[in-house]
Structures are given as structure tokens and as C-alpha cells.
Design a protein around this ligand. Structure first.
Ligand code: ADP
Ligand code: MG
Length: 298
């Protein structure tokens, strides 16, 4: 998935541990093949290639993932949308942008985005992107899904405890060999050598979204690299969003969504979801948390 996975298992010896880790790696590679949009032979690429042309029959697994992704779009009022992938790349975060794009350009850039145009046929297990030029991509949910699947596979293989770390997206189960809970540190975006908070996670996932380096600034407003698929405008005001959830797939998707929804709407939505919590750090380094979370501020 273009980014490093790190797998930790608790095992009796290194042979057993290596066997378990190999299993997890194979599972992650399998999922990568399914959801990759740069591999032209993947089911995902086939769906994209047939946008505006015809429905494509896919595996039960990919169908299920797309179905859940559309559910997340509904849950977030479209802040999360796998059809974001057709957006024109008018925002550049490499220093090359000299002025704000026009309102017209921004509007046009998202004209092919819209989860309501992803048509699912449950009887045929087919997926149809209604408009020509539409595209789906799993950048904000795929790593989480792969981490959940790898964890489930290891649990089925009697691995008692471990961590799947998908480049910072953590998914844990069981406890450390000394009986203590696993703990995670949330980086302080304004000072990366310092943790903003340290929290225990026993059986669940914690995912952080936010890239503190990638942004552009116009007229004193800082525009982040995560773009609202409904408007074409980048998210503003937030530096990082960390979401805790029982599953990494949900945490991954929601972290990106809260970024787009903003602090108030994001926290409201998270507070309505059972077993889901979040920590938001804004541009000034101020920390906001959902209702049922206690963090040790450092
Ligand atoms: P990262 O995994 O890079 O730390 P995220 O989990 O927030 O960060 O995912 C960002 C990626 O998600 C983007 O690179 C893009 O592929 C995809 N994406 C961006 N905006 C959206 C959106 N609104 N809905 C769904 N996917 C998105
Ligand atoms: Mg995400």
C-alpha cells in the first residue's frame, strides 16, 4: 500500500513469530492486489476503467468494502467519499502553487465526485460508476481494512497478542508479555519529538490522520492536503485527528472524515458513535477530545 507495515506478535519463540508475521504479510499483499488502483489488473482498476460504460462483477470481499465505504459516506454526509479519486489535482503542496485557484476551477475539480453515483447491485455483486471519468480509491480506508484482516487472521491462528502498525495506524489485540496493556503515544504536531498524549489500547485501533508538512497558505489561511470532496476546498484549522475505534477500517475512514468535517461537526458525529473516540489538535496546538475520553496531557 505504498507505505510500511510493521507487525509485532507475542510468540513462544522466533520461529513461531516469523511464521505468524509471514502470514500477516501475505494477507496484506493479497488485499493490496485487490484494492490497488495503480495495478491495472486489479478489480478496482476494472471498475474504474468501466466508469460510465458498464457494471463490473467483483469479489464478495471488494463488494463488501465498497458497500461499507458508501455507508461511511452517508454517516459523514459525504465528507468521506471513495470517489474522491476523480478529483482534479489543482492543489499542489510542493511549494509550486503561487495563487489560489479560482472558484470555477475548484468547482469543476470535484464535478465527478459523488458516492451516490456508485451503483451497487447486491444480486449480481456488481459495481457501476455511473458517470464517465469517475474513479474510486481506497487511500483513506484500505490500510485500516488490511490491518483488520491481518489481525483477524493471526487471531484465527492462535496468536495471543500483537500490533499491526500500518505506517502509524495501530491495531492491537491482547496484552504485552508482562501483562500490561499496549499503549500508544499521540505525536504533538507542533513538536514531533514530544508526545501530546499517551493512551492504553487493549483490543482496538487508533489511527491518526494529518500531515503537518503538506499545506499551502494564502491570505493567512493554511490549507491542508486533505480536500473536502463536496466543495473541492482543502480542510482548514486542523493539524491532526486521532480516532479510536474497535476496527481500524472505521478509525481510518473517520480520521480522514473528521479532518474534512471540522472540529465541531466532527466531534458531534463521533460523540454519536458507540465505542468511537477522537482527539483533535488544531493549528494552534489546542487539544479537543470527544466526550468519553480521558487523556493524560503532557
Ligand atoms: P494517510 O493515510 O496519508 O495518513 P489518511 O488516512 O487521512 O492519511 O488518508 C488520506 C488519503 O485518503 C488521501 O491520500 C487520499 O488517497 C484519500 N482521501 C482523501 N480525501 C478523502 C475523502 N474525503 N474521502 C475518502 N478518501 C479520501
Ligand atoms: Mg484515513
Amino acid at each position: 500500500m505504498g507505505s510500511g507495515f510493521q507487525i509485532t506478535v507475542v510468540a513462544n519463540d522466533s520461529t513461531e513469530a516469523n511464521r505468524d508475521i509471514d502470514l500477516a504479510i501475505k494477507e496484506i499483499s493479497r488485499i493490496e492486489k485487490l484494492i490497488s488502483s495503480w495495478d491495472s489488473n486489479s478489480e478496482t482498476s476494472e471498475i474504474n476503467a468501466n466508469a460510465g460504460i458498464k457494471p463490473v462483477r467483483v469479489s464478495e470481499e471488494l463488494y463488501g468494502l465498497i458497500d461499507r465505504a458508501i455507508g461511511l459516506s452517508r454517516l459523514t454526509d459525504g465528507a468521506f467519499d471513495i470517489s474522491y479519486a476523480s478529483m482534479d489535482k489543482i492543489w499542489k503542496f510542493d511549494g509550486s502553487m503561487k495563487k489560489m485557484p479560482s472558484d470555477e476551477e475548484i468547482k469543476t475539480s470535484v464535478s465527478k465526485v459523488g458516492f451516490r453515483n456508485i451503483i451497487l447491485d447486491p444480486a449480481n455483486k456488481s459495481v457501476f460508476l455511473k458517470a464517465k471519468g469517475m474513479k474510486i480509491g481506497f487511500g483513506a480506508i484500505g490500510k485500516g481494512y488490511a490491518a483488520d484482516q491481518a489481525k483477524a487472521l493471526l487471531i484465527r491462528n492462535n496468536v495471543k497478542a500483537g500490533i499491526i502498525n500500518a505506517s502509524g495506524d495501530m491495531n492491537t489485540w491482547g496484552r504485552q508479555p508482562n501483562g500490561k496493556e499496549w499503549t500508544v503515544a499521540i505525536t504533538n504536531p507542533l513538536n514531533k519529538t514530544k508526545a501530546a498524549a499517551i493512551l492504553p489500547i487493549t483490543n482496538g485501533a487508533v489511527v491518526t490522520s494529518g500531515n503537518y508538512e503538506k499545506f499551502v497558505q494564502f491570505n493567512g489561511t493554511r490549507y491542508a492536503h486533505i480536500i473536502d470532496p463536496r466543495t473541492g476546498y482543502p480542510a482548514t484549522g486542523i493539524l491532526s485527528v486521532t480516532v479510536f475505534a474497535p476496527k481500524a477500517e472505521l478509525a481510518d475512514a473517520l480520521a480522514t472524515s473528521v479532518f474534512v468535517m471540522g472540529i465541531e461537526t466532527g466531534l458531534n458525529r463521533i460523540n454519536q458513535l458507540p465505542k468511537v473516540e477522537c482527539v483533535i489538535i488544531d493549528e494552534k496546538g489546542k487539544v479537543f477530545t470527544s466526550d468519553n475520553i480521558e487523556i493524560d496531557r503532557i
